[in-house]
Write a protein that binds this ligand. Structure first.
Ligand SMILES: Nc1nc2c(ncn2[C@@H]2O[C@H](COP(=O)(O)OP(=O)(O)OP(=O)(O)O)[C@@H](O)[C@H]2O)c(=O)[nH]1
Ligand SMILES: [Mg+2]
Length: 358
């Protein structure tokens, strides 16, 4: 599976997308020369992949499937062991039920998957438990499919994103990785250090900005909404393609801090009508069923447009995505399986199902 970034469209095409669709579906418009920004950038954008084509740019996902698979190994092993040397009987389904619950799929998704799988087994008339595993991959892929949605960038200039989540979920790191994706797709990114709570937070974002060679708006002791406002205004003036605001971690129960996020959102709207265009919740994949509660709470406060699910390596149990799909289907734009720059990729339902059950 590949990821494609459609580069900045010529005038007649309305949008660019960061899009996990197969290349055969992408229509290649004639390739005009890449537009040169009129304003002199303070820091030049990262040298990007082929800049002359207006068509989709293939982003190689070198080793991604392997990293995803090894990240999900714990969950995968307990799920796939169900099919080893077994017969297709009630005991197998009971064992699978337990394994799905253990994998954080939650009661609703587990019930749904088991019913669906039994139907598939009946229709396909399979007798080999190993074939049941393949049918479960189909069932999981289909369940997760509604979560697979491209993050569209380019409908607005700049596209303004606000990144929120509980403490330590992986917001700042994910912004760094996402910035790399965007910079590689020749997008001019401006970061806003709206986590003004800790000096270290601003520095951490500045390090990511440096690594990706993009600009950052940061101000010591400032109000987070004011920093974000300045960044959006600067992004518009300097012709940035994307502005991403990092915010301080908070629990949804900290109501005054949730109000602060609402204020940041309102302020972005004042700096640019219709913005923010994306409000991304970063969820730590290790939080299991608590992830659902986080999605609910942040969505009620801010109307989320997408999720980034991090830390699917380590002890995370990938089943949480099944629970999300069944109970709170907010698009999962990206998943993270490690701390390095290349450890964040677009979410692909079938790839994920295969990695989970390989
Ligand atoms: N293993 C693993 N670690 C991750 C991943 N994403 C982030 N981390 C680590 O999680 C820790 C917290 O990440 P941050 O990006 O600082 O989290 P944050 O949400 O910005 O944290 P606050 O700003 O303090 O709320 C860091 O040590 C990251 O390296 C991931 O996908 N896998
Ligand atoms: Mg942070």
């Amino acid at each position: 599976m590949f990821t494609f970034f459609k580069k900045k469209p010529p005038p007649e095409l309305p949008r660019m997308s960061l899009d996990p669709v197969p290349v055969v579906e992408a229509v290649e418009p004639p390739a005009p020369p890449a537009p040169v920004p009129a304003t002199p950038p303070v820091a030049p954008p990262v040298a990007a992949a082929p800049a002359t084509s207006a068509g989709p740019v293939e982003q190689p996902r070198d080793g991604w499937v392997e990293r995803l698979r090894s990240g999900l190994r714990r969950t995968g092993t307990s799920l796939t062991s169900v099919f080893v040397g077994a017969r297709i009987d009630d005991a197998l389904y009971d064992e699978l039920e337990a394994a799905l619950l253990m994998a954080d799929a939650g009661v609703k998704a587990t019930e749904f998957l088991l019913d669906d799988l039994k139907q598939r087994v009946k229709w396909a008339r399979v007798v080999d438990p190993a074939a049941v595993r393949l049918l479960l991959i189909d069932a999981v892929a289909e369940l997760l499919k509604p979560l697979q949605k491209p993050l569209v960038v380019g409908e607005h200039t700049p596209t303004v994103m606000m990144v929120v989540g509980v403490n330590g979920a992986g917001k700042t790191t994910s912004i760094g990785k996402l910035t790399r994706h965007l910079a590689q797709a020749d997008q001019r990114v401006l970061l806003a250090a709206a986590d003004t709570f800790r000096a270290a937070a601003r520095e951490q974002l500045a390090v990511w900005a440096g690594r990706n060679n993009v600009e950052i708006v940061s101000q010591e002791g400032a109000d987070p909404a004011a920093v974000t406002f300045d960044a959006v205004v600067a992004g518009r003036a300097r012709g940035h393609d994307v502005v991403i605001a990092d915010t301080a971690g908070r629990l949804p129960t900290q109501l005054h801090l949730m109000e602060e996020l609402k204020k940041i959102k309102r302020t972005i709207g004042k700096a640019m009508e219709g913005a923010p265009h994306e409000i991304l919740l970063v969820v730590d994949g290790n939080t299991g069923q608590n992830a659902l509660a986080q999605v609910r709470a942040f969505h009620d406060a801010l109307q989320l447009t997408g999720l980034v699910v991090t830390k699917l390596d380590g002890t995370a149990k990938g089943g949480v995505l099944a629970a999300l799909a069944r109970e709170r289907p907010v698009p999962v734009y990206f998943i993270g399986v490690g701390e390095k720059l290349e450890d964040l990729e677009t979410f692909d339902a079938r790839e994920f199902a295969q990695a989970l059950l390989s």
